[in-house]
Every structure is written in C-alpha cells, then in structure tokens.
Write a protein that binds this ligand. Sequence first.
Ligand code: GCB
Length: 603
Amino acid sequence: MNTRLFLMAFAFAAAIGAKAQTEVTAPQNVYARQTTLLNGEWNYFVDLQEQGYYDYRMNPTRWGYFINAKMKNPSDLVEYDFDASPTLHVPGDWNTQSEELFLYEGTIWMKRDFDYEPRAGRRALLYFGAVNYEAIVYVNGKKAGRHVGGFTPFCYDVTDLVKGGKNFVIVKIDNKRHKDNVPTLIFDWWNYGGITRDVLLVDVPETYVEDYWLGLDKEVTGKKRILNFSLKLNKPVADQEVTLSIPELKIKQRFTTNAEGEIANCQLPVVSSKLQLWCPETPKLYDVELEMGNEVIKDEIGFRTIETRGKQLLLNGKPIFLKGVCSHEETAYTSRRCNCAEDADTLLSWARSLGCNFIRLAHYPHNEHAVREAERQGFLLWSEIPVYWTISWQNEETYANAERQLKDMIRRDHNRAAIIIWSLANETPHSDARDKFLGRLATTARSQDNTRLISMAMEVTGASNYVNRLQDNMNQYVDVVSFNQYIGWYRDVNDAPKMTWEIPYDKPVIISEFGGGAKFGLHGDKNQRWTEEFQENLYRENCAMLDKIEGLSGTTPWILKDFRSPRRVLTGIQDYYNMKGIYSDRGEKKKAFYVLKAWYEGK
Ligand code: GCB
C-alpha cells in the first residue's frame, strides 16, 4: 500500500472508529465520584435505513451522522440537523415519549452538547448506566466505542476526544432484536429502546480506585467477626495509600497497593456485639469512606451473610423464608422504564403492602438506584441476566455477550448486601449445548463472587400422574433450586391438590414464578378466566399446594403489577399487557393480593 492509501485507510478507520480503544471498566459506585450529569434533553431523529452509518453501497461511511455536519455555505448539502430536531429525555425509553416511537425497533441517533474544561492530571470518563440494546458512542465526531446489552453500565475514557469549551456526544442506538442476542428474538416484556439510564461525565485522577469489595466473612471466631476488604486501581500502580474508614465501627486503616495496583484480601476484625447486621427488619447500612490523595469515595454498605445448610436458607446464620414477588423494571401508573429511586420506591411500597421481604428483579439487572433503594428499605434481592428462553447456545459470541452481562452485573452490585442471589437464566430448554453454556456461566459467576448464592429459574420436567419431577443437570451448579410453574394457568387449577413433588437435591427450593392473569375490576365465577375470582382461586390453590414442598424457602409469584408485553394481544383484556399482576398497572389491588398477603403473614 502506498503512503497516501495507507493514510486514507487510517483516516477511514479512525473516522468509523474501527480501532477505538477507549473502553474502561465502569468505576464502582460511580455516583460517589466527581460527575457532571449529561441527562436531560437530547436531540434525536429516527434512521430507519441506517443511512447515517452506511453509505449507499452498505459500507460504513466516514461521513456518518456522528460527525454532526453543519452547512457552511448556502450551497452545502447536509441532509440532517440535530439541533433542529426534536428531543427525548435522558434517561428514558423512547417508546413512551413519542406516540410514533411506541412500537419502534430500530436505529435512532441522539445528540447532546456539553461543556468541558480540561484539568491537568485528570481524565474524563463517559459513563452510561444502560442503553438498550446496541450503542455506538462518538465524542466530537470520533468513535469512543460500541456496546451491546441493554441493562448494564459501560464507560469510555474520552480524555483524548474532548476539548476545552463546547463538545458533543452522539449515540447511535439500535434496539432491533436478533437471534444471537441476549435476550434473543422473543421475550415477554416490552423492548424499551433508548438511553434508559443516567449518562455521566466522570472526572477522575490519572490513577483512581476502579473497584472495591467490602463484605462480612461467614466465619464467626469467638467474639470477633471479620470484614473482608479488597481494592483495585485502574492501573498497576504500587505503593498508593488508601485509607478505609467506617467511623461507626471505629475503623480507620491505611493500606498500600501492591505491584498490581491492588489491595488484596485484607481482613478487618470487628467485635461481634458492636456490629449490627443488615437484615430486612433492620437494614443497617454503615457509612464507608475510601480516601486516596484528594479523592474521597463515600458509600453505604450493609454487612450480612447468606448461606445454605441442606434445604435451609440462612440469613445471618438464621433460617429465613423469602416472601417475594417478581418485578419488571417498569413504572407504576405510567408503564415506562424505571430509572430513578422514586420509580423504585412506588413499586417497593406495593411489595411492602403485600408483606414481601424479597424481590426477584426480572429478567435483567435493574438500575443501580433501584437496587440501592431496595437495600435501604430492607428488601432482599435476586438479580438476573437476560439469558431467557431460547438463546443461541452454540454461538460463542452469544456466550461472550452473556458472560459480559453477568460480570458487569456482579461488578456493579457486589457491595450490595440486599443482593443474595445471582440468577443465570430463566426457563431454558434442556440440551447439552445449553448445559455447557450455563455451566460455564455458573463457573464464571463463582469466580467473580463466591459470597452469594447462585440460582436460575428452571422448569418442571414432567408431571405425569401428578408427579412433578425437577431434574435438571444445572442443579449441580446452583445453590438454590428454583423453578417456575403455572398450575392453574397453563395447566388446570383442579390439578393443584393432587400434585406431588420430586426434588432430588439437598438444597433450598424457591418457586421463582407462579400465577395467572386477571383484569382488575372484571368479576365473575372462579372458573371464568381473566376474572379477579379466577386469579384469587388460583393463588389459593397454589399456596396450599406449595406448602407441601419440602425445603420450600421462598416464592416469587409472577408478578407485582401488570406490565407491557407485545406478546399479549387479546383485545379488551390484555391490550398489550401481561395481566398476571397482583396489582393492576395503576396500583389497584386484585383479589389475589389478599390471598397472598394472608399466606405471607402466616410464614
Ligand atoms: C414465564 C416467564 C415470564 C412470563 C410468564 C408468563 O414463565 O418467565 O417472563 O412473563 O411466564 O406470563 O407467561
């Protein structure tokens, strides 16, 4: 290649960003850093044919919309104008912000301007809480990176892309479904597109705390308990001093990083009687401070243990029954994507009225505000990745995608006392390829966090002669055997009293889903589907049936509130809502609410 050609090729690669190397690990507890929120109004337009990305020969173009071209002369041809375009609010799904985008699945470009003043010795990180599903991010016309997966954070070091004064960030967002994605083409929830969580510009020093782990050791030795502490810098810098303080526990200790830039597995003894454990009744969180140079990171961390003993589930060493409910990340009243603590708060208050101490965050990691709010309020949590139904088990890229989502979920939330279970999947069909895929995920989950329990929502394998057999090769990997069953909805309710259960594992059991649909306000006979009475009877029969399961340690009925789903097309009843809510989408309690509440009161 001659020099000119090489330079052209290089310029082309740089423009479409083929070599972008700016991705960095999203910093732990990002909200405690020095940040500028880039939320607010972003200009957008729809790009059905992706002509802002591909030229008319379908090759990626260097003149794409990401360069944010402007007319300089009256004769110039520029066929787009972000600044003249309407806006969408970030964070937010696009479906509920514009009527014409309600059913849209495809590409939308979004732009926001921001000011930046470089400071010596500081780096600028651009953090996205989540974008569904694919995001290609450009800063001042240069590619920062590409990310897939709709529910986990990602971050770019954009120091070399920003400049003093006015800057702009453009994101190409694409929520088209694909067979090899995670989740795949079909799933029973709304495919909310957009920049659905916060966008932050994070100002960090050259060397900063990338991650830290602080948690309670299971061992009880005499009158002492041990807090385990580890930390990792963004790069391998030795001899960095970091001070950890937990004033209420009179802990103030200085540590020094090793050659890898880490503080590895340090143990801090505390007097047991002085330590108040986190639990649903008293969700005690301690103020924690990490100080490195001029940087201070403040967190609130709870200390508790979770383990199993035979078929028992033990929180802080004591058996607990998880009075749970499943919840999608969809708001009360308005049915849009949740994105803040207030959104979570309403849903949590509904779960509280039901008598819950546990929530299964279905079917993907929910936003960090929601997790923290649940923790403050004392809810135990199950957090899951969207390995849902029929993923492409044989595809290595699909595996890498799922593993990345798993690692990012764990990385973001591994200091949250509320989370006790990492769930790897939901209702996946048995096969060797699936076993291998999920087995690898389980091994990865353990390598990332061996202080929590692993589970996945499985299915009952056979119910001939009313014997429900739960046999799944995956049960060797999990700590808790969980399965969904829909007796009374996808199977006759009259079968419920006859059912027996064969669960050949010495592990606690969680019924991760049961339930059925009802339209609030529709009344009739208990045999008439969609009436509140039908659902009420179904709950009554199920609670009685589930009580007979040996080792039953918790239930998370499906689901807290009616939620949008494109699969639910029955006009007049569903109208694109899955109606299995215990509450309607407007917060009205269906009759089943009272059955479940009473059952939980007895637990
Ligand atoms: C299930 C799925 C859940 C669905 C539910 C239903 O088993 O796990 O995502 O929404 O059933 O309503 O059928």
